[in-house]
Unconditional design. Structure first.
Length: 171
């Protein structure tokens, strides 16, 4: 769930992409490859941004290994579990291979035709989405006439989730 506490005068949409639909759009050979891959997810980059901004860091970075394809715990659908802001490494691949696969998967998700929509959030907006199979990001188009980015402050509420289910344990 997202709620806007303060938004820019114009722009600042949040766009969404469906990671289960993106998985289904992959070729069978690519599905077979990514089904086997695991990635290191780290909060270090986000914490680095927080420190650069001079904001409060609530805890030290955490690194966790998760499957690149997870199984939705309710629907049983396979979903891509990829976010370039958090993945620091794909286990078992050379660095050059990791970069190509990660960039391909991110572009595949965000440039696909399966985007369920975009939302312009104002101070009375609340957007709910299924975090198991949805990728979201801001469209950074809220630069004022002076060339500085306007404040966009959102509140995000996410339920404590289960450990991502790898394909080998799902349907």
């Amino acid at each position: 769930m997202l709620s806007c506490l303060q938004g820019p005068d114009a722009g600042g949409n949040t766009v969404f992409a469906s990671t289960d639909v993106a998985y289904r759009r992959l070729s069978p050979i690519m599905q077979e490859l990514v089904d086997k891959l695991r990635a290191v997810h780290s909060s270090s980059k986000i914490i680095g941004y927080t420190r650069l901004a001079g904001d409060l860091v609530r805890k030290d970075p955490v690194d966790t290994v998760h499957p690149i394809v997870r199984v939705h715990p309710v629907t049983g659908e396979k979903c891509l579990f990829v976010n370039a802001e958090f993945i620091t490494k794909i286990v078992g691949l050379k660095e050059s291979e990791q970069k190509v696969i990660l960039e391909f998967l991110m572009q595949h998700m965000i440039m696909g035709h399966d985007k369920p929509g975009a939302s312009q959030l104002d101070s009375e907006s609340i957007v709910m989405f299924d975090n198991h199979c949805t990728l979201h990001t801001a469209v950074v188009d809220y630069v004022n006439d002076g060339g500085t980015v306007e404040l966009r402050h959102l509140f995000r509420l996410a339920a404590m989730a289960e450990k991502p289910i790898p394909v080998t344990q799902g349907k």
